[in-house]
Design a binder for this molecule. Structure first.
Ligand code: RET
Length: 236
């Protein structure tokens, strides 16, 4: 275990933001009785609950380890990956639910997603710089295929839904594409990559802003209107 440095400021802000998001989503979900609609609230509340606890783990230093890369010690926040491996499938589940996706599409998306995070963990722990980049490339490849399924198959399924559902799906899908593509960029520019343009302090800030937008921002947009969620759960 290592001690977090000045970047812990951002980790505490992340913890607070995810906690506030969780409480807000719990508030929004009160009184929702329809089991199909409850799925949106359950998934979204779990997303920020998991993130809040993993941010706390990082802020308190437990979620941090040191690995040796080319003989030099490197600080790795492993708790990020523990967060992402559960929360990114849940975000995709929310999108799939909105689009009325079938089981095969959901399984494909979740499978690609878990593969992406797992190969990202290998990239983070690998001691040889060239192999770190190789695993980053494999993980980024999985992300691109995943986004392709999102734009193709899932968007096609969303088009069978009512106009307002299809429009909310479009907004959330575009937000997801824009934000998710930035993760591998921050990773490779940051301390995990070999270029090292972004110091740990700014890398942590960047991931915190991305995480809050991709989770709390996403959830606020998704749970904003009950009538849209109601329309999404009705067969068309
Ligand atoms: C890693 C490193 C290797 C390459 C790629 C990555 C992608 C990560 C993504 C994370 C998304 C996280 C979200 C969190 C929600 O708050 C693992 C950084 C492709 C896409 C949306």
């Amino acid at each position: 275990m290592a001690t977090p440095g000045a970047e812990s400021l951002w980790l505490w802000i992340g913890t607070l933001g995810m906690t506030v998001g969780t409480l807000y989503f719990i508030g929004r979900g009160r009184g929702v009785r329809d089991p199909e609609m409850q799925k949106f609230y359950i998934a979204t509340i779990f997303i920020t609950t998991i993130a809040a606890s993993m941010y706390l783990l990082m802020a308190t230093g437990f979620g941090l380890i040191q690995v040796n890369v080319a003989g030099e010690p490197l600080d790795i926040y492993w708790a990020r990956y523990a967060d992402w491996v559960f929360t990114t499938p849940l975000l995709l589940f929310d999108l799939a639910l909105l689009a009325g996706a079938n089981r095969n599409t959901i399984a494909t998306l979740v499978g690609l997603d878990v593969f992406m995070i797992a190969t990202g963990v290998i990239a983070a722990l690998e001691p040889t710089p060239a192999y770190r980049i190789l695993w980053w490339g494999i993980s980024t490849g999985a992300l691109l295929v995943l986004l392709y399924v999102l734009v193709g198959t899932l968007s096609e399924q969303a088009r069978t839904k009512s106009a307002e559902v299809a429009s909310l799906f479009g907004t959330l899908r575009n937000l997801t594409i824009a934000l998710w593509l930035l993760y591998p960029v921050v990773w490779i520019l940051g301390t995990e990559g070999t270029i090292g343009v972004l110091p740990l302090y700014w890398e942590t800030a960047a991931f915190m802003v991305l995480d809050l937008s991709a989770k709390v921002g996403f959830g606020v947009l998704l749970l904003r209107s009950r009538s849209v969620l109601e329309a999404a759960t009705k067969p068309t």
